[in-house]
Write a protein that binds this ligand. Structure first.
Ligand SMILES: C[S@@+](CC[C@H](N)C(=O)[O-])C[C@H]1O[C@@H](n2cnc3c(N)ncnc32)[C@H](O)[C@@H]1O
Length: 367
């Protein structure tokens, strides 16, 4: 299955939309801002051409999309003010798969430009800034040669280009788990290695020598690809699907033939692909935890845990509903996510789940 044809986040601004259910990804963006800022400042101290190219890959549609863009622009602008020089012309490219809700982003741009100019409005040394959408898969070329200085991507690169061809059935699971056959584990790892290498190779053509790239993705710290760290969400979603099988609402065969096109790598697995591909130097490579709870400071009582379960079920629905609906049918989605919410509520009362996230900051090698 080609992921590019079926993957998209829930569009629009409704209750189940990604725009209204992306607080966790927003948390990741703000937690990684110091590393992103460090990379932008380093770039500005080594090169400040007349025109600066910035791309956010897998931008989706929602509040996070433009937060990333304004952070980049503000850091560059402040640095230029400090250096007493004009801000370069800014070319901002927002990339995602063709099914992404680009229209919602485009509609918000006039407001965004207005806010961006506030405080810089009378500043002749600022801008212009051009923002455009680039639909297409980042597992291939998207931009002209050496047209970019900075690339950012958050919570995207764990999505594979396709479900790996599995030599055996991954019975009862929809991702890697303790009961997955070794051949299935190997196929997943090899798919990730191929995809990530193609990604780096494509970007190496597009980024100028000395240009920077900051990538954040779901991952794991354990070296065991089947550890729960990397697959907790998919274990619970798999359980919800299996429960619907027990209720006679889905055929077992349907679940056995569904596998998530996702891989949560360890930092070591990423390092090994980056070094083998050879176009980028690693400046930082770290793993950290994000609490699933949308608000961390509301105490641990039962009501809060149930509310967290509801929020997490919505967050997962916003991300995977179109993909699941494509395989299992639209009609089952309410029942499935209702069951997932119940499972989450039960788990939240017993354990404190965290998402492991990996960030890597890279510099394009000079030949
Ligand atoms: C969870 S969203 C993250 C969106 C945003 N960066 C954020 O942090 O809120 C993941 C995005 O990656 C996009 N994506 C996945 N695979 C992709 C690919 N091969 N090429 C471009 N975008 C991709 C999805 O369509 C989705 O919009």
């Amino acid at each position: 299955m080609e992921v590019a044809q079926v993957l998209r986040m829930n569009g629009g601004m409704g209750e189940t939309s990604y725009a209204c259910n992306s607080t966790i990804q927003g948390k990741a963006i703000s937690m990684t801002q110091p590393i992103t800022e460090e990379a932008i400042l380093h770039l500005c101290s080594t090169t400040l051409p007349k025109s600066l190219g910035f791309a956010d890959l897998g931008c989706s549609s929602g509040p996070n999309t433009l937060v990333v863009v304004s952070h980049f622009i503000n850091v560059v602008h402040q640095k230029c003010c400090q250096l007493g020089r004009s801000t370069p012309e800014l070319n901002v490219f927002l990339n995602d798969l063709p099914g992404n809700d680009f229209n919602t982003i485009f509609r918000s741009l006039p407001d965004f430009y207005k806010k961006l100019m506030q405080g810089k409005g009378d500043d002749d040394d600022f801008g212009p800034c051009f923002i455009c959408g680039v639909p297409g898969s980042f597992y291939g070329r998207l931009f002209a040669s050496q047209s970019l200085h900075f690339i950012h991507s958050s919570y995207c690169l764990h999505w594979l280009s396709q479900v790996p061809g599995l030599p055996e059935i991954n019975k009862g699971n929809i991702y890697l788990a303790k009961t997955s056959p070794p051949s299935v584990v190997k196929a997943y790892l090899e798919q990730f290695e191929r995809d990530f290498s193609v990604f780096l190779g494509s970007r190496s053509e597009e980024v100028v020598p000395g240009g920077r790239m900051v990538l954040t993705l779901l991952g794991r710290r354990s070296e065991d690809p089947c550890s729960r760290e990397g697959g907790y969400s998919w274990e619970l979603l798999g359980q919800a699907l299996n429960d619907l099988v027990s209720q006679g609402l889905i055929e077992e065969e349907k679940v056995n033939t569904f596998n998530m096109p996702i891989y949560a790598p360890s930092p070591r697995e990423m390092k090994s692909v980056i070094e083998r591909e050879g176009s980028f130097d690693i400046d930082r490579l770290e793993a950290f935890e994000i609490n699933w709870k949308q608000e961390d400071n509301l105490g641990d009582n039962e009501t809060n845990k149930l509310r967290d379960a509801q929020n997490i079920a919505r967050y997962l629905r916003a991300v995977v509903e179109p993909l699941l609906a494509n395989h299992f049918g639209e009609a089952l989605m309410d029942k499935l996510f209702c069951r997932l919410r119940e499972i989450l509520a039960d788990r939240m009362l017993k354990e404190d789940a965290k998402l492991v996230t990996v960030i890597v900051s890279l510099t394009r090698r000079k030949y």
